[in-house]
Write a protein that binds this ligand. Structure first.
Ligand SMILES: [Zn+2]
Ligand SMILES: [Zn+2]
Ligand SMILES: [Zn+2]
Ligand SMILES: [Zn+2]
Ligand SMILES: [Zn+2]
Length: 563
């Protein structure tokens, strides 16, 4: 154990013995920042959802980009960036041992052209970001191997989903979060192997259920009570879930019902030795949030689809091993230190936007290149010698192993994923060395129809001919043809919130990526392990103290709800 004080927030934090094992594997010193400050720093480099129209600086085409038009960087569209017309080694430079390596990296990083949006192997899916292997998708982020999905965040191997987040192998889902192997779930959260249901929370193997919580292997239930098929169908008809008013009425009723039901302290399923939240089929993942098919990871967010030995990462998956202090590292990757958005590569240090590259140090925008330092090509032997010299100098300066300084981010703090997890005001962000972006985002005042004019049915009404105005933030948005076909087929009313507000509502419902130590709230007299009627079990939960949810420990939850 090592007791430390965070150099940023001055909070005391502990380096645990298992942390030291990891640092030993990577041969990095223990970090200077506490775990939340480390996550905040990394997330400030990740713009997932702030988009602008701007011109490609190579071909002149107008594109959607993560970089606002006022940014002082050269930005290429996808086609230009991934073309063979340019080689990022043209920006290569010799390392100057008399200056700080990070300073030299910053100059290179700011000079090399940026990608408007990042995706690979997309078919008919131009407006996707930080995503790979998608087909016929529109505005999906952090997602792989999907088909026909619109406005989704973090979905894997899904088909025909709209407004769905954190879903895996699911189909025809709408406004749902954290769903696995499911079909036709609407307004659901935390469901596995379920289908044809509305407003479910934490259900498994359920079909034709409405407004239920904690059910296992049930059919035809409404608010956790069994009903006949006829009663179920009558309820659906009366509820008018094909209208906005019907959906909102049931949403309120379900919220009131769900808040009174006990829930497990964390969504951790088949995950021995794991702490955090939203963890499935994992082993020894400690303080991880959103993790499945992962092993031996620590302080990770989104460690998934065969991730092993990843520490302090935000997104490592699709065969990722030995990742440290990095963001967006996936698809057959091995051994990164402090790197960003680099896929299908091995042995990277302090590199950014590198693809299919190996043994690169402080490099930017390389594709299929090996043994580069500051984008300059070296032989294997020269690379190894210079890499060691730079690491030695960085260690002496106390920089090695630390992530890039906040000032290196090319995004405003308010454009980055950090703002979602660690909201700051403009003043606070600037004071801490982050940037802020005031360039206007989104379209306002262009709406062509008021909500009082939108009918409750699609007969003679085509929403793709209109510009809508978000009932919450007043931003304008469109319904695209694929999305309309989905709404029509499944009798879903036109959403009255813009895609951003819809995302924020689902995101807020997930709770923060933080943990608090709390106790079980179960008062069921008959539980065998209780003493004087009370359970003495404690746990780490991302439900903050004082929240209204009734939290049960694993033992009490299992006794009550798992057959
Ligand atoms: Zn801190
Ligand atoms: Zn271009
Ligand atoms: Zn909105
Ligand atoms: Zn308990
Ligand atoms: Zn109990």
């Amino acid at each position: 154990m090592e007791a430390k004080e965070c150099v940023a927030c001055k909070t005391a934090f502990t380096i645990e013995p298992e942390d030291l094992v990891f640092y030993g594997k990577f041969d990095v010193p223990s970090p200077k920042l506490c775990p939340p400050c480390r996550a905040q720093r990394r997330l400030a480099f990740k713009n997932e959802r702030s988009y602008y129209k701007r011109k490609c600086d190579k071909c002149g085409k107008e594109v959607i980009s993560m970089y606002s038009p006022n940014k002082p960087y050269v930005v290429y569209c996808y086609d230009c960036w991934f073309s063979d017309d340019w080689d990022a080694r043209e920006y290569g430079r010799a390392y100057d041992p008399s200056r700080s390596f990070l300073e030299q990296f910053e100059e290179l990083w700011k000079a090399v052209p940026k990608i408007s949006l990042i995706y690979v192997r997309s078919v008919n899916s131009d407006y996707v970001n930080i995503s790979a292997d998608n087909k016929d998708c529109y505005m999906i982020v952090e997602s792989s191997n999907n088909e026909g999905c619109t406005h989704c965040y973090w979905i894997q191997q899904c088909r025909d989903c709209v407004d769905t987040s954190f879903a895996h192998q699911s189909e025809l889902c709408y406004e749902s979060d954290d769903c696995y192997n499911s079909n036709k779930l609407f307004y659901c959260k935390g469901c596995h192997d379920s289908r044809d249901s509305y407003f479910l929370l934490d259900c498994r193997d359920c079909t034709n259920c409405i407004g239920c919580v904690n059910l296992r292997s049930k059919k035809y239930h409404i608010f956790n009570r069994p009903v006949s098929r006829e009663e179920y169908e009558q309820f659906i008809e009366n509820a008018r879930l094909d209208t906005a008013a019907g959906v909102e009425a049931l949403r309120r009723k379900f919220h009131d019902f769900a808040i009174a039901q006990p829930r497990k302290f964390a969504e951790i399923i088949n995950a021995p030795g794991c702490t955090g939240n939203y963890i499935n089929d994992a082993k020894n993942c400690v303080r991880c949030f959103h993790s499945y098919d992962a092993e031996d990871c620590r302080y990770g967010v989104h460690v998934w689809r065969n991730a092993k030995d990843c520490m302090d990462v935000d997104t490592s998956g699709r065969n990722s091993e030995m990742m440290y202090n990095s963001i967006n590292t996936g698809i057959d990757t091995f051994h990164y230190v402090s790197s960003c958005v680099s896929w299908s590569s091995t042995f990277l240090w302090y590199s950014y936007y590198c693809f299919n590259s190996n043994n690169c140090f402080g490099s930017v925008g390389l594709r299929k290149k090996d043994y580069c330092i500051l984008n300059q090509q070296y032989s294997k032997e020269d690379f190894e010698a210079l890499k060691e010299a730079i690491i030695t100098d960085m260690r002496a300066r106390g920089e090695y192993g630390e992530f890039f300084p906040a000032s290196f981010s090319t995004f405003g703090y308010n454009e980055s994923a950090a703002q979602e997890q660690f909201p700051l005001t403009k003043g606070e962000a600037l004071e801490r060395g982050y940037q802020w972006e005031d360039y206007p985002r989104g379209t306002h005042g262009k709406g062509t129809i008021g909500w009082d004019k939108v009918p409750d049915h699609y007969e003679g009404f085509d929403p793709t001919h209109h510009v809508f105005t978000c009932a919450n933030c007043k931003r304008n948005y469109l319904i695209i043809p694929n999305e309309f076909a989905f709404y029509k087929k499944l009798s879903i009313p036109v959403p009255r919130l813009c895609p951003e507000c819809r995302h924020e509502r689902r995101f807020a419902a997930r709770g923060p990526n933080r943990l608090w130590h709390r106790s079980c709230m179960c008062k069921q007299q008959e539980h065998a392990h209780h003493v004087d009627g009370y359970c003495s079990n404690e746990f780490e939960t991302s439900y903050a103290p004082g929240r209204p949810e009734i939290l049960y420990c694993e033992a009490c939850y299992k006794t009550e709800f798992v057959i």
